[in-house]
Design a protein around this ligand. Sequence first.
Ligand SMILES: Cc1cc2nc3c(=O)[nH]c(=O)nc-3n(C[C@H](O)[C@H](O)[C@H](O)COP(=O)(O)O)c2cc1C
Ligand code: SF4
Length: 619
Amino acid sequence: MTHELQSILARHHDDPTRLLQVLREVQEALSWISPESIDYVADQLNLPRARVEGVAGFYSFLHTNAACRYRLLFSDNITDRMLGNQALLAALCEKLWVERGHLSEDGLVSIDTTSCTGLCDQGPALLVNGWAIPRLDAARLDQIAELILAQTPVAQWPGELFAVEDNIRRADILLGHELQPGDALRAALSRGGAIEAAANARSWREGIPTAEQGALTTLEEIKKSNLRGRGGAGFTTGLKWEACRNARGPLRYVVCNADEGEPGTFKDRVLLTAQADLVFEGMTVCAYAIGASAGKTKGFLYLRGEYRHLLDPLNEVLARRRAANLLGKGILGQAGFDFDIEIHLGAGAYVCGEESALIESLEGKRGIPRNRPPYPVTHGYLQRPTTVNNVETFCAAALVSAQGGDWYRSIGTTKSAGTKVLSVSGDCARPGIYEYPFGVTVRQVLEDCGAANTLAVQISGPSGVCIAVDEFDRRIAFEDLATAGAFMVFDASRDMFEVARNFAHFFAHESCGFCTPCRVGTAMLRTTMDKIAEGHGTLYDLAEIEKLDRVLNQSAHCGLGHTACNPTLDTLKRFRPSYERRLKSQDFEPAFDLDGALAAARRMTGRDDAGAHLSTEDA
Ligand SMILES: Cc1cc2nc3c(=O)[nH]c(=O)nc-3n(C[C@H](O)[C@H](O)[C@H](O)COP(=O)(O)O)c2cc1C
Ligand code: SF4
């Protein structure tokens, strides 16, 4: 074991900021993270053991309990459920003689569920030792069971089991662009005349070297384009880049947020597969604009653990770009323009999509959101200026650099420039990726994807909004329905209470537990939804959900807590009968029958007089 651990640590230069990557590799080598390996890693990295153990315990894809040869995790988004994942999971447990959530006695296999794996367009899906297998059906399940029983190493399983499709159904300026690798960068550099001119030449702007002029003009184009972040919050990209550029310090970081954990969202998976060059090009343009020519800049792409299958292809693209001088030292011959990108793999924690939690995770810590301010643009990775943007934002930024801010701004609506890539899944004939100029109506998307008899659409995942039939003329745009990209369709056969219950379980599972309102509140929400599902709920419980929402909104530490009640409240407002028909009583009864709970005490004391009962007011 020591030899294996030594070489893992050597590969990571005994660098404590790489702790998460080290632990992932330890697990790959040993099939778990044993107590001895924790001791060893802590010792070698000169970290307290509790720190290493804390990180190993935080991420749901890291296992410290026991060695296990095949760990199977069924994706459990509502769309997987609609496609029958529960029956498939039960069937596989039976075939392999294992109880869900437990390790088989021989330590061979464990089967459980995980949050959405970003394969909703080709579900149901599962992960085996972190590798995605989409389009599960009875035949594939038989094949998987046979491979496990024959103890075939996962690396030798047939490749077609792991084939993930892109399912691009509608392309626009982004998915249909004709740029060659380097075009957007060349455009940025040539703005300062930097490609033709000697590196130390002076520009028409007195005192500003050409490289600086190119960076400033590119930044101006990004600002002019009115590009807004595609990760959910919609912050203006140009302002973010400018703030990072203006922050003090010789070192800056560019971070691409490819954590994509919002259930129902898978557009970044496809962008990273079909447009990897554009993503890296956008990051490099960003590095240039925020000051790579003036100081040192480094890039990270934080890839969600569920997209492990993309790691090697993405590293190949990086290698190709280095060879083409699109990364590395003196990019495209521009002296001093040094920038490279490293990929970090997450390990199953939705909260790490929140930018400050992502930065903590990049630093090799538990992914707990930071207090803000200060913001990452001034105090990000290692407390240095850091620009964090979504995968799609970087793609759009590369387009802006190549074709100009005015061109980009002319597409979409006045307040929402450009296009939006949607991940369409659920009840429709053609699930997949659809790119539209901002302003497209929900009705148009439903028509294009072949949805019929639609009851509701969940826009932007559980933390977004649920809309009903009378709202289908609303538009995808920051000024109306802002979205990070998820578009989940539910037809009239679906029960919207069950949809919301699935999302309540998601939030409770993904709460990082750092702050009490969210840790307790999301668990209470889940319990209340389960209680209603079991037929024990009353109107009191529905009112409690509204109270919980207020508490979470006011006091949760990050966006996860703030939005946890959204799907419940939205469906309660629009589909109230699906809640009410489950209620035990339509009265406003408290959740807990205190007087009933005192019955045992009355029996023991032999009292049953009025004084031994709580009056309604007392209760
Ligand atoms: C709980 C939570 C999860 C998030 N997940 C993601 C994600 O997976 N991808 C993403 O780009 N942004 C995510 N965000 C938003 C990021 O914090 C951040 O706003 C975004 O990466 C900024 O990039 P943009 O300006 O390009 O949108 C998440 C936010 C929260 C609160
Ligand atoms: S709101 Fe939830 S996810 Fe966010 S910090 Fe608090 S416990 Fe963690």
